[in-house]
Design a protein around this ligand. Sequence first.
Ligand SMILES: [Zn+2]
Ligand SMILES: [Zn+2]
Length: 277
Amino acid sequence: MADSTTQSVCWGTVALFTALTVLTFVGVPLFAYFYDYTLLDWVLLAVLYVVTGMGITVGYHRMITHRSFESHPWVKACLLVMGGWAVQNSALMWCADHIRHHAHTDEEADPYNASKGFWHSHVGWLFFDTPHREDRFAAKLRTDPMIMWQHRYYWVIVASGLLLPFALGYLNGGFTGGLGCFLLAGVLRTVLVLNSTFTINSLCHMVGTQPHGTQDSSRDSWLISFISFGEGYHNYHHTYSHDYRNGSKWYNFDPSKWLIYSLSLLGLTYNLHRERT
Ligand SMILES: [Zn+2]
Ligand SMILES: [Zn+2]
């Protein structure tokens, strides 16, 4: 049997990321050259960037992983679909990895161990499947039927998130319109949101300040918060991980906490945890 340090290449992920990279750097500019993008394509790129990005930060990260608030079942279902559209694995797998990251930050067992360098913590770790990938960190998540539903239908959800921009583009401009919308609001959007999330695992453990503790390599970077819906305050987050806010000050740019708080005013989220005033 393989020991815990044995790693095998995850060819499915390699193929997916190769396809996304080729489409982004070849397909997206070629389409712009021959046909150009419509206003609908750009608007959907922006809308789906926010929708799927918040699916990860509010849904996967702050709701499922850290249980920093509770929500109405429909809100939870929507967040799980939005997060699935980001093509970052099912909530079961993503959150198990992230619980492990917090439990073993900077150690060998940390899936995106930043002490192994920028490439590994940013994206390289995804290309290897380790035997301990699905383990005790997923056990509690497995008892949640909604998380298991999302895990079971993950690829259907991913496909719907890519077909949606194609369908809307198709209605607007036939097959060419559909292709343009798919490339911009499907492919490019996915790559941008992926890198937004990856940046937290890499740069937020390398660049920035540590005002809340030096127990690990986590850093606060207000600049990174602007592309990651408030997740740049990563040193605060590692120190007070049960807090529904990552930027705890009212002036900190943290759209994720604003969404969670706004939904609480409507009674759609509740039991919001604050570990510091
Ligand atoms: Zn976290
Ligand atoms: Zn971290």
